[in-house]
Design a protein around this ligand. Sequence first.
Ligand code: FPP
Length: 260
Amino acid sequence: MIGESTVQKPDPQHIGIIMDGNGRWAKQRGHSRPRGHKEGAKATRTIIDACQDLGIRYLTLYAFSAENWNRPNLEVRALMELLELFLARETKTLVKRRVRLHAIGRIDELPTSARKALEKAIEATKEFDDWHLTLALNYSSRNEVLDAAKAFAQAVARGEISPDTTDWGDFSKHLDTAELPDPDLIIRTSGETRISNFLLMQSAYAEFYFTETLWPDFDKEQLEKALSCYRNRERRYGKTGEQLATHSSTAQSNPLQPSA
Ligand code: FPP
């Protein structure tokens, strides 16, 4: 049948997750919001392991947005403490599992102790290349693009690059994600269907999966459900279904992706 491919579609290489619903999970149980985040951190550990078990090399987690500073002070402090605790506990496991940790966002604006814990964990895992975990912290896609544009303009002023010959591949080297491939699949939990300033540029050709499940309840089975849904998608990158059917081996690889 035209448009039907018999080629096994590959799993995503890179998944980005908007981990939403910790607050509602806590509220439903009469707990405080920080308790919800603590349960959310447990789900985070489960999903990091599950991604590796399922062969997904890149996982990017939206752990704290630039807009999250607007939350009550107590909650912001609890989230920063949780981040430090998470790094203190998980770095050993990341090293054991040979997972390289990255961070995107304005990291220099994090509280000093959280920033130091993060830098220490990044340093401890920097030799690894097979598996990549990226934490988006104090992250805003718009800020990222703004910072990239400034860096790009400075490079032009120094005469290092010419705007006339610049393509997306050249410009994207100034994004925080320069070392990462674009995400193939973006998951958001908790029933919200927004992208909330997460990887706006990088997700240009990503598939989206939204689930009602609250983040603390998201587990390996839920992840497998998202993967199974992803496998049923046809990624066309502007081509027609018929074109993909005749060149089915290229159907799932992103021709627009600059080399990471
Ligand atoms: C959104 O849920 C979640 C966050 C703002 C924080 C995400 C943090 C974690 C999952 C735990 C910590 C993770 C690491 C890596 C240390 P929400 O609070 O907005 O939920 P709600 O919409 O139900 O209120």
